[in-house]
Design a protein around this ligand. Structure first.
Ligand code: XIL
Length: 356
């Protein structure tokens, strides 16, 4: 009995020491073998996309690109709160399970997106009117039921997504923060870690490349979580960016994230070619080449951070036909490395050139 207690104590002390030194677990589950050709085989880190269940089922060209070019996938919407947890005692797994089964059959890594967000909330959460204690239990149960369901299949999670206001260092007044207080963020990571101690846990947000204001707030948050010994392993930077974002801002985003020592995931990459939202324009060859150069720069900069921190690059959507950007901006756009027919654009070569 004494020996047992001593052994447990040893591991607790060792783990605490390890976390205090900032030595966080490395990705323990490696990417399984995927296809032997395709974009991901040219890159020294995982490459993937956010995928739609509907298109995976119904569009053979789309499915072929995901199967042949990627070795990592993120669910575009199927693992969000409203998709998985539509009412208090109901979890709906079918769509997310479909993607996970596909990934297992084809050797793709699955990154989970996202446990806690202010969007995609079902009304029963958005309009919750019980006590703080009741909501804490719902919050914990939400996280742990989902993480447990996908344990061993989903290697990593965006535990909290977009906790900051738009271009601001202030925390967003989501229902989670209003009821549970600022430290809901730390507790989300603790609950997820309890449910799957091997899962790699990320804080995910946008605007790292906009400038220092929001970026510094994000970096301060993750650094303080890390210093407190909260189980956070990575930073996801969405990087929904634009052709005219400066090299300096893109590099500052990637390099300050890497300076935390955490894993770095470019988690939602797309490059808008029409951020001015001009109507009725088309993608010219010159614009497509400009886009290729921007992809190249981002990949090159990412490839230069320490290898052990390169969790991978994920584009948000697969090709220009399914990009969320035209709908979001209300203007034509071509933000992705595959065109409307799912053929490679110059950006595809730009990504490969980034690691040459
Ligand atoms: C978007 C999806 O692409 C859309 O289909 C959905 O209607 C709204 O959400 N940041 C995120 C993603 O973290 O989850 C968002 O995805 C895009 C912005």
């Amino acid at each position: 009995m004494k020996i047992r207690i001593l052994t447990v104590l040893f591991f607790v002390v060792a783990l605490t020491a390890c976390e205090n030194e900032g030595e966080f677990p490395k990705p323990v589950r490696t990417v399984p073998p995927s296809t032997t050709t395709g974009l991901h085989t040219h890159l020294p880190f995982p490459f993937g996309a956010a995928v739609s269940v509907n298109l995976m089922k119904n569009n053979p060209k789309y499915r072929a690109v995901v199967t042949n070019e990627m070795n990592s996938i993120t669910a575009e919407n199927a693992m969000k709160v409203s998709a998985l947890h539509p009412s208090k005692d109901v979890f709906t797994w079918a769509d997310a399970d479909y993607l996970v089964d596909f990934a297992q059959q084809h050797g793709k890594r699955v990154h989970g997106h996202t446990l806690i967000w202010h969007q995609s909330l079902p009304p029963w959460i958005e309009n919750f009117s019980g006590t703080k204690e009741e909501f804490e239990l719902i919050f914990k149960n939400h996280i742990q039921t989902i993480v447990t369901h996908f344990k061993g299949k989903v290697v990593s999670w965006d535990v909290v997504n977009e906790a900051f206001e738009n271009d601001s260092p202030a925390l967003r007044n989501s229902v989670w923060r209003r009821i549970l207080g600022d430290d809901y963020i730390a507790r989300a990571f603790q609950y997820a870690h309890e449910a799957d101690p091997e899962a790699l846990l990320f804080y995910n947000d946008y605007g790292h490349e906009w400038g220092p204001t929001k970026r510094t707030a994000i970096i301060n948050l993750v650094t303080s979580l890390k210093q407190r010994g909260i189980p956070i392993h990575g930073i996801g930077m969405q990087m929904h960016t634009r052709y005219n974002q400066s090299d300096a801002n893109l590099a500052a985003a990637i390099n300050t994230a890497a300076a935390t020592g955490l894993l770095v995931h470019i988690s939602e990459l797309d490059i808008s070619m029409n951020p001015e939202k001009v109507q009725g324009i088309a993608l010219t060859p010159a614009l497509a080449q400009l886009q290729a150069n921007r992809y190249k720069f981002i990949v090159q900069t990412y490839n230069a951070i320490p290898k052990a921190q390169q969790f991978g690059i994920t584009t948000w959507n697969v090709g220009d036909a399914d990009s969320w950007v035209p709908g979001f901006n209300g203007a034509p756009d071509w933000p992705l490395p595959f065109d409307r027919d799912y053929l490679p654009k110059p950006a595809y070569q730009g990504i490969i050139d980034g690691v040459q």
